[in-house]
Design a protein around this ligand. Sequence first.
Ligand code: NG6
Ligand code: CA
Length: 516
Amino acid sequence: MRPSNRLLRLLILPCLLCLPWFLQSAEKPNVIVIMADDLGYGDVSCYGAKDFETPNIDLLASEGVRFTSGYCSASTCTPTRYSFLTGTYAFRHEGTGIAPPNGPLTIQPDTVTLPDLMKKAGYQTAVIGKWHLGLGEKGKGPQWNEELKPGPQEIGFDYNFLLPTTNDRVPQVYVENHRVLNLDPKDPLWVGDKKPSEDHPTGISHRDTLKMDWSHGHNGTIHNGISRIGFYTGGHAARFRDEDLADKWVEKSNEWIEAHKDEPFFLFFASHDLHVPRIPHERFQGATRLGFRADSIVQLDWCVGELMKTLDRLEIADDTLIIFCSDNGPVMDDGYQDFALEKVGDHRAAGPYTGGKYSVYEGGTRTPFITRWKGRIKPGVSDEMVCTVDIAGSLASLTGTELPEDSCLDSFNVMGALLGDADAKGREHLIQQDNGSKGNYGFRKGNWKLQRQDSKSARNVVVEKPLANMKVPQFQLFDLSKDPSESTNVIEEHTDVAEQMKQELAALIEAGRSRK
Ligand code: NG6
Ligand code: CA
């Protein structure tokens, strides 16, 4: 335990008797949420991967709780991140699908967010890594050469060091607090969705020069030999090399943790791995036989190890709760020819589950989910259902912070389950969404899983096959206890269960909230 923390507890102890119950039970460990990008349930060795090793994530799991029913709330990035930070399902708000390069901030600054709650509890807060929640005002979007406001600092983060969109979307620059880092005013940054000039080199006009070819989309402006979604010019001094991103997240996180080691801190470590274009650092290229997709998982694992080492070095591992999760399920070909599919062999990225990124099958949202708090969490495996949307409500409860009635509308307090407490329950039901296409949901309750897919464009990706649009009935029912891969629709045999779940799903959507 940190000396400062120990002292604090000694000073506070005598006053405890006169405090309300929720403050009496407050605990304020540091919290690090490590969110991987596009990491599937079967993509790490402690969840069954056999073709490569993830020793650091495995260690985290062996020292903490490994959840078999850990979820993110959506099968794409922006809605999961939105609901993680707001504690409210993203489908309740328009404009929370995959954010474009010039998208404005998707979270309104007056929203009570997870970092707001942590600040209220006395924490220092930071987000380091992929953002992809937009920047700037509604109707205006990011003003790249000016102050990028509103952004993370306007919704509760004291510090941010960001990849502003995704690595496959322009521009390839870092944003530190309100500014593009190293931007030379003499070389302003322009970002748009149309070619700025006839002779602007793109992935189409200069395809033969690319170091990684595209397969669909991703044929706009070329940077670092890779063409991207969207177009940009300028900002040359500010541009990063894809190979260096992971090192940068670790470097900045270590600096920030070190600076705040004596106060409670909340760090959202938002890895870009293993989102496309998968370009791990040279030292990880070829680390596996499965190509850059799995090499990026090894790189992610290295990041986890570095963060754990930092906690050990600063002697704060016993004071730090780590939550490891993913933003959506896996995908093989997501727009670049990195041969993920050709080299996948027997590896099953979604483990036993069907579907992956973009899908409401289990593979879209059931992902690795691990909590570790040395000395506090008894190591084990939990089958309780927990979701990234619950982190806000759960941490509020842990830190004794009151949750305003009209905020975090779908965030359940599952702190007991997250800490692996015997008999503690996870959530009773979960609504799983895709990117936000109207009317596509998964609804899990106990071992039942109802799928409702109103949208004809539903993408039910079988991960190990190229993107495929399978036709599915509007409603399907599966018994996950017997059929985890959702292959036998039992809706005809269980019309009563299906009817009840249809109604409950509709009621939860209609009610605008699921937290009572
Ligand atoms: C899709 C992109 C995909 C990826 C995804 C967002 C195309 C054809 N596909 O539109 O490559 O960028 O958006 O991924 O452009 S996420 O993990 O950030 O949600
Ligand atoms: Ca993602």
